[in-house]
Write a protein that binds this ligand. Structure first.
Ligand code: MN
Length: 215
């Protein structure tokens, strides 16, 4: 969690970890001004009506339902949402979308999306769609409409969820970012911008999220 916390702090936010094991009683969303969804294991494909692929790697018990509920409530209340890696997949499934369960198996010929070490190693470019929130946030550091990113995922968005717009794709066609233009701030990215907190390549994304949470 260190890199997420550090990225939020450096953008002027105060991170608070919502504990899935906290149990009933206090509403975890009380006082939350922005929801950041972090990386992790695979969503149960039953949530989008598919059997499990052989490579299925479950997240913590209860985490799927917990996060889907949080993101739906945040979007209903127009609370800013920034969804990273597993988070973009949670966001998509919460909106009725589906996932590619294993990129190497189900998208033959695709590029490499699992580069583990170091965490900030560049794996591939993404093409950023013009007119999107992502482009607006990244504009100052983009010399073109492409941007190099890290990549540690074996799943990706397949059918895009209701109301979401694709704002970045990898050269092989893998969806790398989506957003909901009707919300104050709702951005999902498939890479890990938090791993760049030392050098600030993606600080604008965290600053945009924190600024929206503050408004
Ligand atoms: Mn990738």
């Amino acid at each position: 969690m260190h890199d997420y916390d550090e990225s939020v702090r450096r953008a002027g936010g105060e991170p608070r970890v919502l504990d899935l094991a906290a149990g009933s009683g206090d509403d975890p969303m009380t006082g939350v001004e922005g929801l950041l969804l972090t990386g992790g294991g695979d969503l149960d494909p039953a949530l989008y009506g598919e059997p499990r692929h052989a490579t299925f790697d479950a997240a913590e018990p209860g985490r799927d339902a917990f996060e889907i509920d949080l993101v739906r409530r945040a979007l209903d209340a127009n609370v800013p949402v920034f969804a990273i890696c597993r988070g973009i997949q949670v966001l998509n499934v919460a909106r009725g979308g589906t996932l590619v369960q294993d990129i190497p198996d189900q998208m033959p010929g695709s590029g490499v999306h699992s580069v583990r070490e170091p965490s900030f190693a560049i794996a591939h470019d993404v093409w950023i769609a013009s007119g999107t929130l992502l482009e607006q946030l990244m504009r100052e550091r983009l010399e073109s409409d492409t941007c190099p990113v890290n990549s540690r995922h074996h799943q990706a968005i397949k059918a895009v969820g209701t109301g979401l717009v694709v704002s970045a794709t990898a050269p092989d066609g893998v969806i790398e970012a989506v957003e909901d233009p009707t919300r104050r701030f709702c951005l999902g990215v498939q890479w890990h911008p938090e791993n760049f907190y030392r050098t600030g390549e993606f600080r604008a994304l965290f600053e945009g999220f924190i600024d929206a949470a503050r408004r």
